[in-house]
Design a protein around this ligand. Structure first.
Ligand SMILES: Nc1ncnc2c1ncn2[C@@H]1O[C@H](COP(=O)(O)OP(=O)(O)OP(=O)(O)O)[C@@H](O)[C@H]1O
Ligand SMILES: [Mg+2]
Length: 257
């Protein structure tokens, strides 16, 4: 099944930007993904211009009141979204001790036959490994880790790798991952050094594609658009198109499985 969690415990590294624009990159190929916003900050929901009310958000699913299917909103831009809600920040406290909570999303996606070739799932996670992020990782078994081109982000990516290894030991199955460099600006002096460290540490798990620091991207987000709608000729649009192609051609993202 085609599912992907976009996750990094470090904040502000481009998770939401990547989830949103990767979904838009799929749409060019007539694939209309389902984005699931698992972040109580609701950034993906806000960007998508979707409604976010408690009962019609992912919260309804975690409270056992709604099927995932009931929560899907079809957006005017051709994408689909299950919105988040700020109340999701209570999920760890409310459900953290429930047995089998880690597999709740995985089982629902399977039972409701979501994640089809025509509608792969992209999950945007919050910058914390709690119930929601674990649900996304367990469901998808595939994590895309955006890493901003600075030293602390590199350190964060190393820490995250340790976290994922710990999770693999608990799950007794591998979690596939790819690391993608974001906010890349070749004119910054230390960037070569960061890239060298990333290559040494992550090897083939580091995407060849780099997402450049881009004014178009920030402007597009500011008006609630993906970069393909805002400026299809921009470097950022090419970067996200290349990232999608690389994830598919390398077999990491099995579109059509
Ligand atoms: N390649 C880029 N070029 C320019 N600005 C970018 C780029 N990627 C992200 N940004 C900007 O950086 C900020 C943080 O990005 P984003 O919200 O995607 O990060 P995040 O990892 O989802 O954050 P959080 O951890 O809070 O969820 C946003 O204002 C976004 O517009
Ligand atoms: Mg985010």
């Amino acid at each position: 099944m085609s599912m992907l969690a976009v996750f990094n415990q470090k904040g502000g590294v481009g998770k939401t930007t990547t989830a949103f624009n990767l979904a838009a990159a799929m749409r060019r190929d007539n694939v209309h993904p389902l984005m699931i916003d698992l972040d109580p900050q609701c950034h993906l929901t806000m960007l998508s211009g979707a409604q976010t009310q408690l009962g019609t958000s992912l919260y309804g699913f975690y409270k056992g009141e709604k099927y995932l299917t009931d929560l899907i909103q079809q957006l005017p831009n051709g994408l689909n979204l299950i919105p988040s809600h700020i109340e999701l920040c209570k999920i760890d406290m409310l459900l953290g001790k429930e047995t089998k909570i880690a597999t709740k999303l995985k089982h629902a996606i399977h039972d409701e036959m979501l994640a089809t070739p025509d509608m792969p799932i992209i999950m945007d996670c919050c910058p914390m490994l709690g119930v929601l992020s674990v649900n996304a990782i367990v469901a998808s078994e595939r994590v895309l880790v955006p890493v901003a081109a600075d030293f602390l982000s590199y350190q964060g990516a190393v820490q995250l790798t340790n976290t994922l290894q710990g999770l693999e030991a608990v799950l007794k199955r591998p979690i596939k991952r790819r690391y993608v460099l974001t906010r890349f600006n070749e004119r910054r002096k230390f960037v070569k050094d960061i890239i060298g460290k990333l290559q040494d540490t992550f090897g083939d798990d580091l995407c060849q594609t780099r997402i450049h620091e881009s004014a178009s991207l920030a402007e597009a987000l500011a008006c609630g658009k993906d970069v393909f709608s805002y400026n299809p000729a921009s470097r950022a649009a090419k970067d996200y198109a290349n990232l999608f192609d690389e994830l598919v051609s390398s077999g990491f993202l099995p579109i059509g499985d």
